[in-house]
Design a protein around this ligand. Structure first.
Ligand code: DP6
Length: 332
Protein backbone atom coordinates (compact mmCIF):
# COMPACT_ATOMS: atom_id res chain seq x y z
CA UNK A 1 0.00 0.00 0.00
CA UNK A 2 1.52 3.34 -0.95
CA UNK A 3 0.53 6.94 -1.05
CA UNK A 4 -2.35 8.00 -3.19
CA UNK A 5 -3.62 11.45 -4.04
CA UNK A 6 -1.81 14.36 -5.60
CA UNK A 7 -0.26 15.87 -2.49
CA UNK A 8 0.81 12.54 -1.01
CA UNK A 9 -1.18 13.12 2.19
CA UNK A 10 -4.56 11.95 0.92
CA UNK A 11 -5.98 8.46 0.46
CA UNK A 12 -9.35 6.71 0.26
CA UNK A 13 -10.38 3.22 1.31
CA UNK A 14 -13.46 1.00 1.35
CA UNK A 15 -14.39 -1.39 4.15
CA UNK A 16 -17.44 -3.56 4.73
CA UNK A 17 -19.56 -3.82 7.82
CA UNK A 18 -19.54 -7.01 9.90
CA UNK A 19 -21.78 -8.74 12.39
CA UNK A 20 -20.53 -10.79 15.27
CA UNK A 21 -21.55 -14.43 15.66
CA UNK A 22 -19.76 -14.46 19.04
CA UNK A 23 -20.33 -11.02 20.54
CA UNK A 24 -17.97 -8.45 21.97
CA UNK A 25 -19.51 -6.60 24.93
CA UNK A 26 -17.26 -5.09 27.61
CA UNK A 27 -13.73 -3.65 27.66
CA UNK A 28 -10.65 -4.65 29.62
CA UNK A 29 -9.14 -1.21 28.91
CA UNK A 30 -11.31 1.77 27.98
CA UNK A 31 -8.53 4.17 27.08
CA UNK A 32 -6.88 1.82 24.58
CA UNK A 33 -10.25 0.30 23.67
CA UNK A 34 -9.28 -3.31 24.34
CA UNK A 35 -12.18 -5.78 24.45
CA UNK A 36 -12.69 -7.95 27.54
CA UNK A 37 -13.75 -10.94 25.42
CA UNK A 38 -12.79 -12.29 22.00
CA UNK A 39 -15.34 -12.26 19.18
CA UNK A 40 -15.98 -13.92 15.82
CA UNK A 41 -17.72 -12.15 12.94
CA UNK A 42 -18.72 -12.29 9.31
CA UNK A 43 -18.03 -9.40 6.95
CA UNK A 44 -21.02 -8.29 4.86
CA UNK A 45 -20.75 -7.53 1.17
CA UNK A 46 -23.75 -5.22 0.72
CA UNK A 47 -22.93 -2.82 3.56
CA UNK A 48 -19.82 -0.75 2.97
CA UNK A 49 -18.27 2.62 3.73
CA UNK A 50 -15.85 4.65 1.63
CA UNK A 51 -13.65 6.97 3.62
CA UNK A 52 -11.21 9.62 2.41
CA UNK A 53 -8.51 11.05 4.67
CA UNK A 54 -6.44 14.19 4.04
CA UNK A 55 -3.79 15.37 6.47
CA UNK A 56 -3.36 19.11 6.09
CA UNK A 57 -1.39 21.94 7.74
CA UNK A 58 -4.46 24.16 7.16
CA UNK A 59 -6.55 22.32 9.76
CA UNK A 60 -6.59 23.16 13.50
CA UNK A 61 -8.30 19.91 14.53
CA UNK A 62 -9.56 16.66 12.98
CA UNK A 63 -12.84 17.05 11.10
CA UNK A 64 -15.34 14.35 10.18
CA UNK A 65 -18.00 14.65 7.49
CA UNK A 66 -20.29 11.62 7.69
CA UNK A 67 -22.85 11.11 4.91
CA UNK A 68 -22.62 14.79 4.04
CA UNK A 69 -23.03 16.18 7.58
CA UNK A 70 -20.54 17.25 10.22
CA UNK A 71 -20.13 14.59 12.96
CA UNK A 72 -18.07 14.14 16.18
CA UNK A 73 -14.52 13.09 15.29
CA UNK A 74 -13.56 11.54 18.65
CA UNK A 75 -13.34 7.89 17.53
CA UNK A 76 -11.69 8.86 14.25
CA UNK A 77 -9.11 10.93 16.16
CA UNK A 78 -8.11 7.90 18.26
CA UNK A 79 -7.25 6.03 15.05
CA UNK A 80 -5.57 9.09 13.55
CA UNK A 81 -3.48 9.65 16.73
CA UNK A 82 -2.02 6.16 16.45
CA UNK A 83 -1.24 6.66 12.75
CA UNK A 84 0.31 10.11 13.42
CA UNK A 85 2.46 8.63 16.17
CA UNK A 86 3.66 5.80 13.91
CA UNK A 87 4.34 8.14 10.96
CA UNK A 88 5.84 10.95 13.05
CA UNK A 89 3.52 13.57 11.61
CA UNK A 90 1.74 16.31 13.48
CA UNK A 91 -1.07 17.32 11.15
CA UNK A 92 -4.81 17.28 11.69
CA UNK A 93 -6.95 15.44 9.16
CA UNK A 94 -10.21 15.89 7.31
CA UNK A 95 -12.16 12.64 7.08
CA UNK A 96 -15.02 12.28 4.62
CA UNK A 97 -16.99 9.08 5.04
CA UNK A 98 -20.03 7.81 3.11
CA UNK A 99 -22.05 4.65 3.71
CA UNK A 100 -23.52 2.85 0.71
CA UNK A 101 -26.40 1.52 2.81
CA UNK A 102 -29.56 3.43 3.74
CA UNK A 103 -28.54 6.38 5.89
CA UNK A 104 -30.17 6.31 9.31
CA UNK A 105 -31.29 2.71 8.88
CA UNK A 106 -29.84 2.02 12.30
CA UNK A 107 -27.19 -0.31 10.89
CA UNK A 108 -23.78 -0.17 12.51
CA UNK A 109 -21.49 1.91 10.37
CA UNK A 110 -18.70 2.44 12.87
CA UNK A 111 -17.14 -0.95 12.05
CA UNK A 112 -16.89 -0.31 8.31
CA UNK A 113 -16.17 3.42 8.74
CA UNK A 114 -13.31 3.07 11.19
CA UNK A 115 -11.75 0.13 9.33
CA UNK A 116 -11.79 2.18 6.11
CA UNK A 117 -10.36 5.10 8.06
CA UNK A 118 -7.43 3.03 9.40
CA UNK A 119 -6.53 1.81 5.89
CA UNK A 120 -6.89 5.27 4.30
CA UNK A 121 -5.09 7.14 7.11
CA UNK A 122 -2.11 4.75 7.08
CA UNK A 123 -1.72 5.18 3.31
CA UNK A 124 -2.18 8.95 3.48
CA UNK A 125 0.57 9.10 6.13
CA UNK A 126 2.87 7.03 3.90
CA UNK A 127 2.89 4.00 6.21
CA UNK A 128 2.91 0.43 4.98
CA UNK A 129 1.19 -1.44 7.78
CA UNK A 130 0.35 -5.14 7.99
CA UNK A 131 -3.29 -6.21 8.28
CA UNK A 132 -2.61 -6.94 11.95
CA UNK A 133 -1.34 -3.40 12.57
CA UNK A 134 -4.27 -1.94 10.64
CA UNK A 135 -6.60 -4.03 12.72
CA UNK A 136 -5.05 -2.68 15.95
CA UNK A 137 -5.42 0.88 14.62
CA UNK A 138 -9.08 0.30 13.70
CA UNK A 139 -9.71 -1.29 17.12
CA UNK A 140 -8.65 1.94 18.84
CA UNK A 141 -11.60 3.63 17.13
CA UNK A 142 -14.19 0.89 17.58
CA UNK A 143 -13.28 -2.66 18.54
CA UNK A 144 -15.73 -4.20 16.07
CA UNK A 145 -13.88 -2.27 13.30
CA UNK A 146 -10.78 -4.44 13.88
CA UNK A 147 -12.73 -7.34 12.32
CA UNK A 148 -13.76 -5.34 9.21
CA UNK A 149 -10.12 -5.21 8.04
CA UNK A 150 -10.71 -8.82 6.94
CA UNK A 151 -13.16 -10.45 4.56
CA UNK A 152 -15.17 -13.61 5.26
CA UNK A 153 -14.92 -14.87 8.85
CA UNK A 154 -12.74 -12.95 11.32
CA UNK A 155 -11.76 -13.39 14.94
CA UNK A 156 -10.81 -10.52 17.26
CA UNK A 157 -8.61 -11.58 20.18
CA UNK A 158 -8.96 -9.87 23.52
CA UNK A 159 -5.28 -10.66 24.25
CA UNK A 160 -3.64 -10.09 27.62
CA UNK A 161 -0.93 -7.47 26.99
CA UNK A 162 -1.50 -4.19 28.83
CA UNK A 163 -0.69 -2.15 25.70
CA UNK A 164 -3.22 -4.06 23.54
CA UNK A 165 -0.52 -5.28 21.15
CA UNK A 166 -2.03 -8.79 21.16
CA UNK A 167 -5.61 -7.58 20.75
CA UNK A 168 -6.02 -7.74 16.98
CA UNK A 169 -8.29 -9.49 14.53
CA UNK A 170 -7.29 -12.06 11.95
CA UNK A 171 -9.07 -14.00 9.27
CA UNK A 172 -10.52 -17.30 10.34
CA UNK A 173 -11.75 -18.39 6.93
CA UNK A 174 -12.25 -16.65 3.56
CA UNK A 175 -15.81 -16.00 2.34
CA UNK A 176 -15.44 -18.48 -0.56
CA UNK A 177 -14.86 -21.35 1.86
CA UNK A 178 -18.38 -21.02 3.30
CA UNK A 179 -20.47 -18.63 1.20
CA UNK A 180 -23.35 -17.91 3.57
CA UNK A 181 -26.05 -15.26 3.17
CA UNK A 182 -27.43 -12.81 5.69
CA UNK A 183 -30.93 -11.31 5.66
CA UNK A 184 -31.11 -8.03 7.57
CA UNK A 185 -34.58 -7.13 8.86
CA UNK A 186 -34.80 -3.40 9.58
CA UNK A 187 -37.40 -2.61 12.24
CA UNK A 188 -36.51 0.98 13.10
CA UNK A 189 -34.75 3.83 11.36
CA UNK A 190 -34.00 6.17 14.28
CA UNK A 191 -30.51 6.01 15.79
CA UNK A 192 -30.22 4.06 19.05
CA UNK A 193 -30.51 6.00 22.30
CA UNK A 194 -27.53 4.43 24.10
CA UNK A 195 -24.33 3.82 22.11
CA UNK A 196 -22.50 0.50 22.36
CA UNK A 197 -19.58 2.22 24.07
CA UNK A 198 -21.77 3.74 26.80
CA UNK A 199 -23.91 0.63 27.06
CA UNK A 200 -21.05 -1.79 27.66
CA UNK A 201 -19.43 0.47 30.27
CA UNK A 202 -22.73 0.58 32.08
CA UNK A 203 -23.09 -3.23 31.86
CA UNK A 204 -19.63 -3.95 33.26
CA UNK A 205 -20.36 -1.70 36.21
CA UNK A 206 -23.80 -3.02 37.05
CA UNK A 207 -24.88 -6.39 35.59
CA UNK A 208 -24.50 -9.20 38.16
CA UNK A 209 -23.80 -11.56 35.23
CA UNK A 210 -20.92 -9.61 33.68
CA UNK A 211 -18.12 -11.61 35.36
CA UNK A 212 -19.73 -14.90 34.27
CA UNK A 213 -19.89 -13.56 30.69
CA UNK A 214 -16.17 -12.76 30.68
CA UNK A 215 -15.24 -16.06 32.32
CA UNK A 216 -17.32 -18.16 29.94
CA UNK A 217 -16.20 -16.32 26.79
CA UNK A 218 -13.04 -18.32 25.90
CA UNK A 219 -14.86 -21.69 25.95
CA UNK A 220 -17.80 -20.27 23.97
CA UNK A 221 -15.37 -18.87 21.43
CA UNK A 222 -13.51 -22.19 21.07
CA UNK A 223 -16.80 -23.96 20.44
CA UNK A 224 -17.97 -21.46 17.83
CA UNK A 225 -14.59 -21.37 16.06
CA UNK A 226 -14.67 -25.16 15.72
CA UNK A 227 -18.25 -25.09 14.38
CA UNK A 228 -17.34 -22.41 11.81
CA UNK A 229 -14.22 -24.23 10.64
CA UNK A 230 -16.30 -27.42 10.28
CA UNK A 231 -18.89 -25.38 8.30
CA UNK A 232 -21.57 -26.79 10.59
CA UNK A 233 -24.53 -24.43 10.14
CA UNK A 234 -26.72 -26.00 12.81
CA UNK A 235 -24.02 -25.69 15.47
CA UNK A 236 -22.76 -22.31 14.27
CA UNK A 237 -26.34 -21.02 14.26
CA UNK A 238 -27.18 -22.35 17.72
CA UNK A 239 -24.00 -20.87 19.22
CA UNK A 240 -24.61 -17.56 17.41
CA UNK A 241 -28.10 -17.28 18.90
CA UNK A 242 -26.77 -18.24 22.32
CA UNK A 243 -24.07 -15.56 22.25
CA UNK A 244 -26.60 -12.96 21.10
CA UNK A 245 -29.08 -13.86 23.83
CA UNK A 246 -26.34 -13.99 26.48
CA UNK A 247 -25.25 -10.46 25.47
CA UNK A 248 -28.85 -9.19 25.53
CA UNK A 249 -29.32 -10.81 28.95
CA UNK A 250 -26.39 -8.70 30.15
CA UNK A 251 -28.05 -5.66 28.64
CA UNK A 252 -31.42 -6.43 30.29
CA UNK A 253 -29.71 -6.82 33.68
CA UNK A 254 -27.74 -3.58 33.34
CA UNK A 255 -28.83 -0.73 35.59
CA UNK A 256 -30.65 1.19 34.13
CA UNK A 257 -31.69 -1.65 31.76
CA UNK A 258 -30.66 -1.58 28.13
CA UNK A 259 -33.56 -2.86 26.07
CA UNK A 260 -32.66 -2.38 22.42
CA UNK A 261 -35.50 -4.56 21.09
CA UNK A 262 -38.91 -3.49 19.84
CA UNK A 263 -41.99 -5.70 19.21
CA UNK A 264 -40.89 -6.41 15.62
CA UNK A 265 -37.50 -7.64 16.88
CA UNK A 266 -39.30 -10.29 18.93
CA UNK A 267 -41.67 -11.12 16.06
CA UNK A 268 -38.69 -11.78 13.76
CA UNK A 269 -36.99 -13.99 16.38
CA UNK A 270 -40.18 -16.06 16.65
CA UNK A 271 -40.61 -16.26 12.87
CA UNK A 272 -37.02 -17.46 12.38
CA UNK A 273 -37.61 -20.18 14.99
CA UNK A 274 -40.90 -21.25 13.32
CA UNK A 275 -39.32 -21.32 9.86
CA UNK A 276 -36.59 -23.55 11.22
CA UNK A 277 -39.19 -25.94 12.59
CA UNK A 278 -40.60 -26.08 9.04
CA UNK A 279 -37.20 -26.99 7.64
CA UNK A 280 -36.20 -23.50 6.47
CA UNK A 281 -32.93 -23.08 8.30
CA UNK A 282 -31.92 -19.61 9.49
CA UNK A 283 -30.41 -18.28 12.72
CA UNK A 284 -30.87 -14.81 14.21
CA UNK A 285 -28.47 -12.39 15.79
CA UNK A 286 -29.06 -8.85 17.11
CA UNK A 287 -26.58 -6.12 18.04
CA UNK A 288 -27.13 -3.00 20.15
CA UNK A 289 -30.28 -2.07 18.28
CA UNK A 290 -33.61 -3.52 17.15
CA UNK A 291 -32.58 -4.88 13.72
CA UNK A 292 -32.36 -8.65 13.28
CA UNK A 293 -29.75 -10.34 11.08
CA UNK A 294 -30.54 -13.86 9.91
CA UNK A 295 -27.76 -16.19 8.81
CA UNK A 296 -28.64 -18.87 6.26
CA UNK A 297 -27.55 -20.78 3.17
CA UNK A 298 -27.92 -18.57 0.04
CA UNK A 299 -30.74 -20.72 -1.40
CA UNK A 300 -32.89 -20.02 1.70
CA UNK A 301 -32.42 -16.24 1.76
CA UNK A 302 -35.33 -15.33 -0.51
CA UNK A 303 -37.87 -17.41 1.42
CA UNK A 304 -36.65 -16.09 4.78
CA UNK A 305 -36.62 -12.50 3.55
CA UNK A 306 -40.18 -12.78 2.16
CA UNK A 307 -41.44 -14.39 5.35
CA UNK A 308 -40.02 -11.79 7.77
CA UNK A 309 -40.90 -8.88 5.43
CA UNK A 310 -44.62 -9.58 5.94
CA UNK A 311 -44.40 -9.13 9.74
CA UNK A 312 -45.82 -5.88 11.15
CA UNK A 313 -43.01 -3.48 12.03
CA UNK A 314 -40.49 -4.88 9.55
CA UNK A 315 -39.77 -1.85 7.39
CA UNK A 316 -37.28 -3.29 4.95
CA UNK A 317 -35.04 -6.29 4.40
CA UNK A 318 -31.57 -6.35 2.83
CA UNK A 319 -29.99 -9.62 1.70
CA UNK A 320 -26.24 -9.86 1.44
CA UNK A 321 -23.46 -12.37 0.85
CA UNK A 322 -20.22 -12.36 2.80
CA UNK A 323 -17.87 -9.55 1.85
CA UNK A 324 -14.19 -8.90 1.12
CA UNK A 325 -11.41 -7.24 3.12
CA UNK A 326 -10.90 -3.49 3.52
CA UNK A 327 -8.87 -2.01 0.69
CA UNK A 328 -7.45 1.21 -0.73
CA UNK A 329 -9.24 2.99 -3.53
CA UNK A 330 -6.60 4.13 -5.98
CA UNK A 331 -7.07 7.72 -7.15
CA UNK A 332 -7.54 8.08 -10.94
C1 DP6 B 1 -23.13 -5.27 20.01
O1 DP6 B 1 -17.36 -1.90 18.40
O2 DP6 B 1 -19.34 -0.36 18.36
O3 DP6 B 1 -22.10 -4.79 17.93
O4 DP6 B 1 -15.49 -0.49 20.70
O5 DP6 B 1 -16.98 0.95 22.06
O6 DP6 B 1 -16.74 1.40 19.61
P1 DP6 B 1 -16.74 0.35 20.71
O7 DP6 B 1 -17.98 -0.60 20.46
P2 DP6 B 1 -18.49 -1.29 19.12
O8 DP6 B 1 -19.41 -2.42 19.79
C2 DP6 B 1 -20.00 -3.44 19.06
C3 DP6 B 1 -20.91 -4.21 19.95
C4 DP6 B 1 -21.82 -5.19 19.23
C5 DP6 B 1 -21.22 -6.60 19.26
C6 DP6 B 1 -20.09 -6.87 18.28
O9 DP6 B 1 -20.06 -6.27 17.19
O10 DP6 B 1 -19.28 -7.75 18.59
Amino acid sequence: MGRTGQDGLTASAIAHSNIALAKYWGKRDSRLNIPAVGSISITLDALSTETAVSFSPDLQADELVLNGGSAPAQKASRVLDLIRERAGIDLAARVVSNNNFPTGAGLASSASGLAALAVAAAAAAGLELSSRELSIAARRGSASAARSIFGGFAELHSGSAADGSDSFAEQLMPAEDWPLSVVVAITQTEPKSVSSTEGMLSTSGSSPFYDAWVESAPAALDELRAAVLARDLEKTGALTERSCLAMHSLMFTTSPPLIYWNPATVAVIRRVTELRRDGIEGYFTIDAGPQVKIICEPDRAEQISASVAELPGVLQTITTRLGPAARLVQSP
